[in-house]
Design a protein around this ligand. Sequence first.
Ligand code: IMP
Ligand code: MG
Length: 174
Amino acid sequence: MEKIEILFDEKQIDESVKRIARQIEKDYDGEEVVFVGILKGAFMFISDLAREVNLNTKIDFISVSSYGQKTTTSGVVKLIKDLDNDIAGKNVIIVEDIVDTGLTLKYLTDLLNQRKPKSIKLCTLLDKVSRRQVNIVNDYVGFQIKDFFVVGYGIDYAQKYRGLPYVGHVILED
Ligand code: IMP
Ligand code: MG
């Protein structure tokens, strides 16, 4: 069994969503933004963020799966579901739940850049900076965390805990 210890509660998450939303509004003043959520983990974060950002926004989703060899830097992710709409000429913000090695975001930014968007920025609720294997820069970050395994607010452990309204640290016990 496992125990969940709260790392960031609803109030802390709400404050960080609002802080990021204000930054995005400032950076894209008067422009349209396409939020690209990475399924499934980012569904809760993107829905809160989209409600908070007062700009013309569009929302699309993409889904990738890891090949399981998280330590190799090539062919690490597979595209499961592509975007529904073209992003050529658009301001894209990729919305992720948590960035670990950075391989997923590296793959996705390379893929989406080929489609000639006007711009691409990266937004993540959680950032495990010490685990980074590739050089990607997160433009908007909710919280930097240590190398904890976390769940909640969209993030799972074996598909469990996505519905929790807070982010928790998983403590394995037997
Ligand atoms: P990356 O490609 O190594 O950056 O992996 C990012 C993905 O790994 C995230 O989108 C999550 O799906 C998953 N992941 C990384 N750390 C955690 C965690 O602590 N809990 C749950 N999933 C995680
Ligand atoms: Mg994910």
